[in-house]
Write a protein that binds this ligand. Sequence first.
Ligand code: AMO
Length: 433
Amino acid sequence: MTVTPTATIAKRSFVANRPEHVGESVTLQGWVHSRRDLGGVRFLLLRDRTGVVQCVFGKVELPIAESCVHVSGRVVESKKAPGGLEVQAETLEIIAAATEPTPIEIPKEEWNVNPDTLLEYRHVSLRSPKARAVLRVQAELVRAFRDYLTGEQFTEIFTPKLVAAGAEGGAALFEVDYYGRRAYLAQSPQLYKQIMVGVYERVFETAPVYRAELSHTSRHLSEYLSLDVEMGFIDSEDELMELEEALLKSMMAHVAEHCAAELALLEAEVPDLSATFPRITLLEARDLVASRYNHQTGGKDLDPEAERLVGRWAKEEHDSDFVFVTNYPQAARPFYTYPIENGLTRGFDLLFRGLEITSGGQRIHTYAMLVEALQNRKMDPEAFKGYLEVFKYGMPPHGGFAIGAERLTALLLNISNVRFARAFPRDGSRLQP
Ligand code: AMO
């Protein structure tokens, strides 16, 4: 990345720009990534937001790791230095000294530290090149999500995270004391994004949602970033899948273009985007994993092993890292999902490399049909009064989907635990840092 200094710090140079300054004096600001003492020569690896450079000192007392420093010196070629260039340091100024050694050695983060320790000290472990790269890629994924949808005339919305009722059913709700009344943290913007279809036809949101997940797995967080989309005037869920496919392809292409260094550091590859994402119905998927891989799934949904096998099939037969599983049974979907014959729905999931990253579908858009859907499920329409209200006022056929940003990031970057795709993960046992 090349950085143009702003006026206020016009004199500051950046690590990534050093090839333009060979033979010149530069001033750098950043952190002591590490230091090494070879007797007469001392090395300080300086890290700024663009990278890490080796600075060579004489017999100077170097501050401990993660101190904030200002170094000036001449950029010279050096075969031994990482990147082939180093800084022959002339001055060292300590901007803010670290007051104690870091609890983990940041340059070593990647190979020898227990994951729990990394999370416990996330406020410093996040400074490591790999941790930074992961969240940088995520930031670009989100930027590309916004850019693509904005280009397709979607409006970005901001919906409440303090709500009076759950949106997804089930018990995974966090309760909040709301001025003496009971409120909840939003499990998803589901109702609100539907209401906003009545306003803008096409909307999206990127915001955290909350799930009181008791299962302690590598793919569940209590707070995660939900990339939500909802659009009106659709004919069927096929249009939603078409949109999601184009959206994801554009997000992947954006990351390939803007995050080459991060992908290389993480040894990750953007999937081949030439294939069309295959689609398979849930019932076909169940039969397929039974006949082809001898795996039986009895439940209403696919279990994690079945998801993995459907992902494998998509790769083997269609050379695709993505696969849509369609027409979920009603029992496996929320009441608002549009029903079709034989107890099935217009609900779908998208698997990426064998794991669910999206649920979505066409929604029921008339008041009468929603009340009937609730009654069929022995749910009390009175309890969903708030949800039902907007359907009295002309809602078009609509639908949408939500992508779990951490799952998408983790799968793209070969990270085995979604916790490492969130800056400060929240789970059943973690509320700090
Ligand atoms: P769903 O509940 O399936 O659907 O969630 C959508 C996507 O969000 C991600 N996800 C999670 N990620 C991390 N930790 C969790 N605990 C977690 N739970 C879910 C997954 C999942 O595919 N309102 C619907 C979406 C819609 O129909 O528009 C919903 O929330 O990647």
